[in-house]
Design a binder for this molecule. Sequence first.
Ligand code: GDP
Length: 588
Amino acid sequence: MEEKTILIAGSITVDELANALGLSVTQLIGELFKNGIVATINQRLDYETAQIIIDELGLKNVKLERKNTATRTSDLHRELSDKAITRPPVVAVMGHVDHGKTTLLDTLLHKKTVDDEAGGITQHISAYQLKHDDRLITFLDTPGHEAFAAIRQHGAMLTDIVIIVVAADDGVKPQTVEAINFAKTANAKIIVAINKIDREGADIDRTKADLSNHGLQPEEWGGDITMVPISAKQNQNLEQLIDMVLLTADIEELKADVDIPAEGLVIESHMETGKGSVVNLLVTGGELKTGDFIVAGKSYGKIRTMLDWQGKPKGKATPSTPVTVTGFKELPNFGDRFAEVSDEKTARKMALLNAEAIADESASANVTSTDLLRMMNAADNSKVMNVIVKGDVLGSVTSVVDSLKMIDTHGEITLNIVSTGVGDISENDVYMAAGGNTIIYGFNVSVPINISKMAARDGVPIRTYKVIYELLDDAKHEMENLLDAEIIETDTGEMKVLGVFRTEKTSIIAGGEVLKGDVKSGYLAKIVRNKEQIGEAEVTSTQKEKMDVKELVAGETGGLAMRTTSKIDLQIGDRLKFFTRETKKRTL
Ligand code: GDP
């Protein structure tokens, strides 16, 4: 057989893979369907998924190869030249919800945002800068709820230092642990802020002990983690905390080259009427200026305007500086690396190359091998929940999708992301959802009146939320509705058959002795012979001495009428094991 090699750069569409394999799209979609994946012709499959499909099809002559991708976010840490200069530390504040992250940032920056957040949760990654002793510190304000794990994970990758906020009256909580893990994964330095020490019930030592149990040993106990007790609300010890941040930065000798083309990461992006794409960037090297040509993933443009984090025009941004720019022709993805190039032609060319090379970073419409394996492993009767996810910015779409995938359904429900996108719910979304039993989730987006009418007409559910965990609760509830109800059987009693008076097609009349428990009309009975169940019946009446009675109890002898679905030859000596059966809605 002729050997064939297929190059995959990140991902491949169903259409492309079918072509490369010489199959029809229908055949390939059929193969995916057999594995529980409802795919469309334009859906992107990742490398591993394509490999699994090829294995499933038994195509031993086909070899998959990864095509090298050009500019990925992963190779951020470039070698520094000896001309590299000191740059401000990039600090992320993480911790459990309500432990005081926002308050800490607010007090540090003297601004007021706590009350503005929907549901009291910081929804997007934003960046701030603080000047202390004439030195700058860049803060990434990472969202607080666990649902934003995705954003935080990206946030952590940019981060030199993570301040983990732990409330002294609450101790280590799940998201504290998550923050610790993120910081470790991102190889960031950790400083702990033990917050709310002004509160009654605050216990600094207990909190430290709690932290040591989670692998963070305080310096004063011989460990290597700086822990500063603070009150974010009462501005207590914040100076000390900031000093520790700067000290850590000094020890780490954070540097960057400035005489190289500007580069960095996209930390937020959204569309704005009149402005087009509005993109937050964090410069990690070089100097970014208005008028520069930049490429980020498959998007490129010329920087039209550049503002600092406070919205003031900025002509030049040096490493560790967060800026908001306009001028990208289309929305780059959150987490994309950006790079300055010499001219528009190069920019366009690189963007095209990247478009080929880079799998859609929003990844959600893609089928990954994890999805595939999950679906393959799921029992045949597993249920599928189809969703379309729309959000105001790519970061939130990614987070919603990632969080939806994190809902643990014990392998019983398969989540099928039909499509994702940025912007209001559209006619196309409703078209896609119609007839497919699909729910459209919108996060921080609206539903134009005509679209909601259309959806109502087509019976397409649209749910919009401003708070992510409310959205997740809804999705979880929907998944629970898909679960088979739990069947609860409770044994009630047992009878030994002493006489069989009539066995007909769907009824039995018999008599016997109740050995234990009781029996009454409505109970079900397993008919057992030689320890084996030979049938099931439902008790329709009980009699004692030819009189109807409400029940027969242990020790009594009496008669039963039972209903069956097919004829059962009940015999003397059979046992009837009575039980009740209830169904209960299950939860996840
Ligand atoms: P986040 O979810 O971690 O961002 O927490 P917030 O900053 O929104 O704080 C949650 C609540 O704790 C708010 O009501 C704050 O006013 C309160 N809080 C935060 N820091 C302190 C503190 O140091 N002392 C006291 N007493 N309350 C605080």
